[in-house]
Design a binder for this molecule. Structure first.
Ligand code: NAD
Length: 374
């Protein structure tokens, strides 16, 4: 049985699905690993590093591969080159990848989406959305600290006292909590808000003050948030406005699964911040929490810098790949029995993450998105 590690094709994607140090666990399970030449370059792993741990490195890895692993979904032309029954493992946001899902079905490829790993205790070592959110939260905090033209910590020196920077974090899930923890370590004073009921306790546990708006919680399924009504969104923005205006740094991470990100902050709210303040919108790729933020760009709004994140985890390719690869190895080991590919769909993790199999779209919400539910 052979696993192929692809070189990422998508512009700006610097991660790799498996790093050399992750291969011994797979080789010990009796599988061979082929790595496409240059796959690890951006994440700091050379072809020789892969060879040194026993992988084969070549320009062409698809022929003879039983499982193809990548970070981003494979593209349509790669899908055309894969034979029936080949397995793919990657992020596969099916809402955005309709044509690819159809192609995978048509080619009778068995595809698994790392976006669909369930939030159960057993699946935690495979939870790539969380691992990459953690990287993004850390990176967002560091970007904010670097862009802000002032100190984060309180300084009391003979030359005078400098007040600490104040940071507001909106959306305190995995990315938000990591952003809070990171700016706290740098000495900032932090406030945070989230719509989930458990959030106040989680925010306090990482050393920030929870902003009480007096609005009802908005819990959705599976520990995620629910979408706001327009009335609630307007009220929330009104109540948050003074907190935004008082912050030196605003970091936003709010998301609702399957929806565009909620707009939490309008241009007027940004304009009311002090000149020189910094806004980091980690949800820019999903439509943005901050009106006017542009993924991959920095824009100035009345003297406030607004940084729109784009594939933020990929900006720290080595640690992001380390964590993603760890998640992927744990998924792959569910598929291997004594060196042979064995897909047990009785396994709740494999059944939850499978998108296409044997010429069918087996993930029902994806079938609904394709408009094919009878
Ligand atoms: P996410 O990326 O979907 O969203 C980020 C945050 O934005 C969430 O905390 C959400 O509540 C918040 N949000 C949504 N709409 C908002 C709004 N209008 N205003 C303010 N905040 C808003 O979420 P996530 O980071 O993946 O995590 C969500 C929850 O799931 C967290 O409690 C996390 O600890 C939990 N979780 C559990 C597991 C597990 O049990 N295995 C794994 C990962 C995360």
């Amino acid at each position: 049985m052979r696993i192929a590690v692809l070189r990422e094709r998508r512009t700006g994607e610097r991660r790799v699905a498996l790093l050399p140090e992750q291969l011994p666990r797979l080789l010990a399970a009796g599988v061979e690993v082929s790595v496409e030449s240059g796959a690890g370059n951006e994440a700091g792993a050379t072809d020789d590093d892969y060879r040194a741990v026993g992988a084969q490195v070549s320009e062409e890895v698809l022929t003879g591969a039983d499982i193809v692993v990548s970070v981003q979904p494979i593209n349509l032309s790669t899908a055309r080159q894969l034979g029936e029954g080949v397995v793919t493992v990657s992020f596969l946001p099916t809402a955005e990848e309709g044509p690819l899902v159809r192609r995978l079905r048509e080619r009778r490829i068995t595809s698994f989406s790392m976006d669909l790993v369930p939030r159960t205790a057993r699946a935690q070592p495979m939870d790539a959305l969380s691992s990459q959110s953690m990287v993004a939260g850390y990176r967002g905090a560091i970007v904010a600290a670097e862009r802000l033209q002032r100190f984060f910590p309180l300084f009391m020196t003979a030359a005078g006292t400098v007040r600490p920077a104040t940071v507001l974090v909106l959306g305190a899930g995995v990315a938000g909590l990591q952003a809070i923890a990171t700016v706290r370590r740098l000495g900032a004073v932090v406030e945070a808000y989230d719509v989930r009921e458990s959030s106040a306790e989680e925010v306090a546990s990482v050393g920030a003050k929870f902003v009480q708006l007096g609005l009802p919680p908005l819990a959705g399924a599976g520990g995620y948030a629910r979408e706001m009504t327009e009335e609630r969104a307007t009220r929330q923005r009104e109540l948050l406005a003074p907190h935004v205006a008082a912050a030196d740094v605003l970091i936003t991470t709010a998301a609702v699964p399957g929806r565009t990100a909620p707009v939490l902050v309008t241009t007027d709210m940004v304009a009311a911040m002090r000149a020189g303040s910094v806004v980091v919108d980690l949800a820019a790729d999903q439509g943005g929490n901050v009106e006017g933020s542009i993924p991959g760009h920095e824009v100035m709004v009345e003297g406030v810098l607004v940084w729109g994140g784009s594939n933020v985890a990929s900006q720290l390719p080595r640690p992001a790949s380390e964590l993603y690869g760890h998640n992927v190895v744990n998924v792959l080991l569910l598929m291997v029995r004594v060196g042979v590919l064995h897909l047990d769909f009785g396994d709740d993790i494999l059944s939850a993450t499978c998108v296409t199999h044997a010429g069918e779209v087996v993930h029902r919400p994806t079938l609904e998105l394709l408009g094919e539910v009878g």
